[in-house]
Design a protein around this ligand. Structure first.
Ligand SMILES: [Zn+2]
Length: 73
């Protein structure tokens, strides 16, 4: 069986995968809302804007608040 060294190269088909926007949109909204809630708890859960009484949430996220540059104390 003889193989030719100069066999014709098979060009890979480079068809892009299409992602339907209707499949991505609910997940994008979900993660967007999740990030906004996280941003609220890290950046604004304190004092007059506090949703939860006490300082527990603030203390748990205190280092993250300073790391991200939110005003704290
Ligand atoms: Zn602080």
């Amino acid at each position: 069986m003889a193989h030719s060294a100069a066999s014709p190269a098979i060009a890979p088909s480079a068809t892009p995968v299409t992602l339907p926007i209707r499949a991505i949109l609910p997940w994008a909204v979900f993660f967007g809302v999740l990030m906004l809630v996280l941003l609220y708890f890290v950046g604004a859960e304190q004092g007059a804007t506090s949703l939860m009484s006490g300082e527990n949430v603030h203390e748990w996220l205190h280092d993250g608040r300073h790391l991200l540059g939110f005003p704290c104390h």
